[in-house]
Ligand binder design. Structure first.
Ligand SMILES: Cc1cc2nc3c(=O)[nH]c(=O)nc-3n(C[C@H](O)[C@H](O)[C@H](O)COP(=O)(O)OP(=O)(O)OC[C@H]3O[C@@H](n4cnc5c(N)ncnc54)[C@H](O)[C@@H]3O)c2cc1C
Length: 329
């Protein structure tokens, strides 16, 4: 439908849209509504579930373009992109929105190149001005905020998780489900082996509302249990600085920063992290920043809302015990 704001579905590989979809669909519906259009979802998956489709409808997708085939799993950009490009060529959506996730970062860049369209990556704000979409995005590791618009449609953008207001689910709202007949192209790459990381039992880093993060000050991989204990009590995810990742203390998927994940939780707690510009690039849009560092001159205190000058090995267990007491009340 012309005027449609498409949202590329990010799912949990089990047939359910991820939490960030509430934010992407909420923003799409808000903007499309101002233009007399509608929010629609485009879902490439090997298994869509009825619950997943129900969720998309309740989150405001008036239509779901569903491509369900074994060819779409695992994700491969060279298989997904031509399918999306062909559908976009036929349906001429006004905008195509995605989330800042590992696969959508790549997919949206490929799609923009294929369509000859503009992409605003990692947006923290979107607004319509005189009928044109204007995107706000941090540049130079978050030191500057830039505003940009598009020369032509479709407008492609990826949205930073935890920044946009999520859609309120509307119980009983449903989507019209379309199953377009577009064949997936043959794969160029073959999956040789898939290894699933054991779940930490904690929320996923990019989607977590609370993130507890550790740096070189942790002194070794064994000490991350101190942060995990705190994270468990307050329902947070555990992240790390590049120094901790490069030292082999945490896998790269936990790295926050310019060459890691970009996060925007409600609360960021940094332990033994100095606050290098490249780390700040990945977390400075957190709503509340708390830092624990034994060096009062550590740069992280310049952007922290709350700072504790102290030894993390004393402070973290004390915080865990206090939170436990408070939350058990
Ligand atoms: C191109 C490029 C990309 C990069 N990308 C990233 C990125 O994505 N993410 C990232 O994080 N970094 C990135 N970096 C690295 C970055 O520049 C810093 O080197 C890194 O962030 C430092 O990590 P850190 O704060 O853990 O370590 P340090 O800078 O060594 O800081 C450790 C801190 O711990 C404190 N401390 C020590 N012991 C204790 C204690 N017992 N209690 C409390 N505090 C203590 C110290 O006072 C110090 O401030 C990048 C660098 C480059 C050049």
């Amino acid at each position: 439908m012309a005027g449609a704001f498409w949202c590329i579905v990010e799912d949990d590989r089990q047939g359910n849209p991820k939490k960030v979809m509430a934010e992407v669909l909420g923003e799409a519906a808000r903007l499309a509504g101002q233009m007399g259009g509608q929010a629609e979802a485009v879902w490439l998956t090997d298994k869509a579930t009825p619950e997943g489709l129900k969720t998309l409808g309740e989150l405001g997708a008036k239509r779901v373009w569903l491509f369900e085939s074994a060819a779409f799993s695992p994700y491969r950009g060279e298989v997904w992109t031509p399918v999306l490009a062909e559908l976009a060529g036929k349906e001429a959506p006004q905008a195509i929105l995605g989330a800042v996730t590992t696969r959508q970062r790549e997919l949206m860049a490929r799609l923009a190149a294929r369509l000859g369209a503009g992409l605003s990556a990692d947006c923290t704000g979107l607004a319509l001005e005189d009928g044109k979409l204007v995107a706000t995005r941090p540049v130079y590791s978050g030191k500057l905020i830039s505003k940009m618009t598009w020369a032509k449609a479709p407008w492609l953008a990826t949205l930073r998780p935890n920044v946009f207001r999520p859609a309120e689910p509307q119980a009983g709202a449903t989507s019209q489900v379309e199953r377009p007949q577009i064949a997936a192209p043959a794969e160029n790459m073959k999956l040789v082996e898939r290894r699933e990381e054991a779940s930490t039992g904690l929320p996923e880093l990019a989607e977590a509302e609370i993130v507890v993060s550790g740096g070189r000050g942790l002194k070794g991989p064994e000490n991350f249990v101190i942060l995990e204990a705190l994270a468990k009590v307050i329902g947070g995810a555990v992240g790390a600085s590049r120094a901790a990742v490069d030292a082999g203390w945490r896998p790269h998927r936990f790295q926050i920063g310019q060459t890691g994940r970009t996060i925007s939780p409600k609360l960021y707690l940094g332990f033994g992290i100095s606050g290098a510009i490249q780390h700040l690039a990945g977390m400075r849009t957190s709503k509340v920043i708390c830092a624990v560092n034994k060096d009062p001159e550590a740069p992280i205190f310049k952007i922290a809302d709350y700072g504790i000058v102290g030894d993390l090995f004393e402070v973290a267990p004390l915080l865990t015990a206090e939170f436990k007491k408070l939350l058990e009340k």
